[in-house]
Design a protein around this ligand. Structure first.
Ligand SMILES: CC(C)(COP(=O)(O)OP(=O)(O)OC[C@H]1O[C@@H](n2cnc3c(N)ncnc32)[C@H](O)[C@@H]1OP(=O)(O)O)[C@@H](O)C(=O)NCCC(=O)NCCS
Length: 285
């Protein structure tokens, strides 16, 4: 379908199909409320911080597609509109942000919220071709700054997120859980907002010390104990042996492969999926 058709599809979804399908357990029923919830969740924050109104005309098509997919999942009963609404309202300061511990600590390793001074070292590691070898391309400074902001806003919405990692007082990367908002083609990946992914990315000089594994273990314990989320997935390009080794050290189990829709056709597209649920984790401990 061409871009104009997709924009028409979006308008029909929020202006007609969702309002007509309203269910008693949905927290909203008006078109602009559906648009707010879906666009905020597609952008990872208040959508007006990303584009000017009217969103149906100005929103970059990639983000609009995520909003459309979320709306279709809501209509199909595969996404929790109340959860998505709470995330949107928390970003807008209309309800209290989810509580987050000041930091999680394991000896010399600290997991904490993101700070403005993390942006420069984060941009440096995102520009390193060795770190980004299994991604389509390194990130620009602006993309890294935006990603750091998105990472931290996840804590506001969910009470958890990809923690900034500090070792010996220095930012070394991130590790932690994230709700998947873009539908992905594997069982559970089609339930955006509900399925939680565990991810990590460290500066090259921080590899080989066990920091990713230790940090992820701590983040998983916090997720299960404090947030009561006991199942996670992790995935990476099939050739990313180091990341797969972290998944295996944590006790995640291989669960097949899938083509990542955000990765262009080529050797990086096929991703390997791993899963962990509580019973697995107790066994692995
Ligand atoms: C994926 C990534 C985080 C893995 O980093 P890593 O340092 O290999 O993983 P860990 O932190 O678990 O460290 C494991 C290494 O530390 C060693 N180690 C030392 N102490 C350890 C400890 N207490 N626990 C575990 N491992 C320990 C291990 O023997 C292993 O050594 P090796 O490098 O010789 O195999 C890193 O390669 C990376 O950031 N890659 C780029 C981003 C990326 O691809 N992310 C995933 C995309 S989805």
């Amino acid at each position: 379908m061409n871009p104009a058709d997709r924009r028409t599809h979006w308008r029909d979804l929020v202006e007609r199909r969702l309002p007509e399908a309203v269910r008693p357990d949905w927290p909203v029923r008006l078109d602009h409320c559906f648009a707010r919830i879906l666009l905020d969740n597609a952008c990872g924050g208040p959508w007006r911080d990303h584009t000017r109104p009217p969103a149906h005309a100005t929103m970059p098509l990639g983000q609009l597609e995520i909003a459309i997919a979320l709306g279709e999942a809501v209509l199909a009963g595969r996404a929790d509109l109340a959860l998505l609404n709470r995330r949107s309202l928390a970003w807008r300061g209309k309800i209290a942000a989810a509580p987050v511990p000041e930091a999680l600590r394991d000896g010399d390793l600290t997991l904490r919220r993101w700070r403005p001074e993390d942006t420069a070292p984060f941009a440096a590691l995102n520009a390193d071709p060795a770190v980004m070898a299994h991604f389509p391309r390194p990130r620009t400074e602006a993309e890294s700054a935006a990603e750091a902001g998105l990472c931290d806003r996840r804590f506001v919405a969910d009470g958890f997120g990809p923690w900034a990692l500090e070792h010996a007082g220095r930012f070394i990367g991130f590790a932690g859980p994230m709700r998947i908002l873009r539908p992905l083609p594997f069982p559970g990946g089609d339930r955006p907002g509900t399925t939680v992914e565990l991810a990590w990315r460290l500066a090259r000089e921080a590899w080989g010390h066990g920091f990713a594994t230790r940090a992820a273990r701590l983040a998983l314990a916090d997720l299960a104990g404090r947030c009561r989320i006991r199942s996670v997935v992790a995935f990476t390009a099939v050739g990313n042996d180091r990341s797969r080794a972290v998944m295996e050290r944590l006790g995640l189990r291989p669960a097949g492969t899938f083509p990542h829709p955000a990765v262009p056709e080529g050797p990086l597209r096929v991703h390997v999926l791993y899963r962990l649920d509580c019973a697995d984790r107790e066994e692995a401990a």
